[in-house]
Write a protein of this length. Structure first.
Length: 191
């Protein structure tokens, strides 16, 4: 019988696999992963990139803009956010960290192209432009970066390269995951 674990433990094991993969991957692979990333996936990978001075500035700008920074500018500060909602605290903190890192020159590399006002067919700089803000997005975050154009990966699955996706699937079928307090679990092998 397979071991039964909590969904939180499964997330931890998945994060460990993702970060181990990322440590051996190239900045170009990180960039492609972020381009295709499902932002409902792991925060650990995005935080790891945001905390890594080797992450390309274009990669970080994609994380920043896809995290909806203007939405968070309606909050005066962290305490104001926590009075209104708690579920988006990690995104708020990541956005603040990235802004600080950009302002201080933390990110050392800029090799890839990115324009937040023209990301495919979407202008991230106008996202949430209908909300009233109390803070502004720093001008440096609006910059168009020149460099090598990276094509959207066609074989990734929600940001996971095929070999990483396969490892995550193998991990999932090794456990039964408890989804609720009634001790009902999900067996990934039944899919």
């Amino acid at each position: 019988m397979k071991e039964i674990i909590s969904v939180e433990r499964m997330d931890e094991l998945g994060d460990e696999l993702i970060l181990a993969y990322a440590e051996d991957a190239s900045p170009k692979t990180w960039h492609k992963m972020v381009m295709d990333w499902n932002f409902d996936n792991s925060d650990a990978f995005l935080d790891w990139l945001a905390d890594n001075p080797q992450t390309d500035k274009a990669t970080v700008l994609i994380i920043y803009w896809k995290s909806a920074p203007r939405y968070f500018k309606q909050f005066k500060d962290k305490e104001h956010l926590l009075k209104e909602e708690t579920y988006s605290l990690k995104n708020f903190e990541r956005i603040e960290k990235i802004e600080n890192h950009f302002a201080t020159g933390f990110y050392e590399n800029q090799n890839f192209e990115y324009d937040p006002a023209n990301d495919g067919d979407f202008d991230w700089t106008n996202d949430y432009s209908d909300i009233e803000t109390v803070n502004e997005i720093p001008e440096i975050m609006f910059q168009k970066l020149t460099g090598k154009k990276i094509k959207m990966p066609v074989d990734f699955n929600e940001g996971f390269p095929p070999e990483l996706y396969e490892r995550l699937e193998k991990l999932a079928i090794n456990y039964n995951v408890i989804w609720d307090e009634d001790d009902e679990y999900y067996d990934f092998e039944d899919e």
